[in-house]
Write a protein that binds this ligand. Structure first.
Ligand SMILES: C[S@@+](CC[C@H](N)C(=O)[O-])C[C@H]1O[C@@H](n2cnc3c(N)ncnc32)[C@H](O)[C@@H]1O
Length: 245
């Protein structure tokens, strides 16, 4: 995709699977991100064209994960990869895992595609979309080995808590999309968000886990570096789904 006439690009219309799924699956209008308009670099704009074969279309139809990655390849979804550096680094270190990376922010999508091209990664596919709509409408049940959400927008004000990604209805749908034993790895720099997540996972007996040390394989992300500079404490949480009784 090329930048708009003003050289900026915000969230593309393609990012909007406006109905999150069959009625009642997710709250209508649940929007977990802040729309941003950021100038897109030439490198990212070029990658959106050159690497478009790695950009999966937002069709609303079920994704064929076997076709993208091959049968029996574990696929991990990452929601909100930002500038994509950590995502590319993790994908390079673990070439036998398929990475489905979704973000709404066009410049970041271009940046990740550029890295994937430059590093010659074959295990990454990218979507420019609201990941909640994709989860509800395009990710088949029991298909994902894991979900990664590193530094989801914390929405610190009480009136915005309803926009947090970790919500009972999202936990529910993620559980249905993970293979039994699949995991959700979160990281946050917001102590109150970590507690919010712990309370919600602990309320659901189908999940087991809690706070972990940052594993060596998870690179420090761009957002995290800023948080650390500002003196905030990082919490990693890992929950494993157990089969529905
Ligand atoms: C605070 S940033 C963190 C980015 C990156 N993980 C990092 O640590 O540097 C949150 C990211 O999540 C994305 N995001 C939030 N909600 C999303 C959603 N529903 N679907 C896709 N991306 C989302 C935002 O666009 C943003 O890039």
């Amino acid at each position: 995709m090329t930048p708009g006439p003003d050289g900026t690009s915000g969230s593309s219309p393609r990012a909007d699977l406006s109905a999150h799924g069959p009625a009642g699956v997710l709250r209508p209008g649940l929007r977990t991100y802040k729309p941003r308009r950021t100038r897109i670099s030439e490198r990212s704009a070029r990658a959106l064209d050159d690497q478009r074969h790695l950009l999966l279309p937002v069709t609303g139809e079920p994704l064929d994960l076997d076709r993208e990655w091959g049968h029996d390849v574990p696929v991990v979804l990452e929601i909100g990869f930002g500038d994509g550096r950590a995502t590319a680094q993790m994908a390079a270190a673990d070439p036998h895992t398929g990475i489905l990376a979704i973000d709404v922010h066009t410049p970041g999508v271009g940046a990740l595609l550029a890295l994937v091209g430059e590093m010659g990664l074959t295990n990454v596919r990218v979507m420019e979309a609201d990941a909640l709509g994709v989860l509800a409408r395009m990710v088949p049940p029991e298909s994902l080995a894991g979900l990664r959400t590193f530094f989801p927008d914390p929405w610190p004000k009480a009136r915005h808590h309803k926009r947090r990604l970790v919500q009972p209805e999202v936990i529910e749908i993620v559980h249905s999309r993970l293979t039994p034993g699949g995991s959700w790895h979160l990281a946050t720099d917001w102590g109150a968000y970590a507690e919010w997540a712990e309370v919600r996972f602990e309320a659901d007996a189908r999940w087991q886990g809690g706070v972990i040390d940052r594993p060596d394989w998870r690179p420090v992300t761009r957002y995290e570096r800023r948080a650390l500079r500002d003196g905030r404490v990082i919490t990693d949480l890992l929950y494993r789904s157990t089969p529905t009784a």
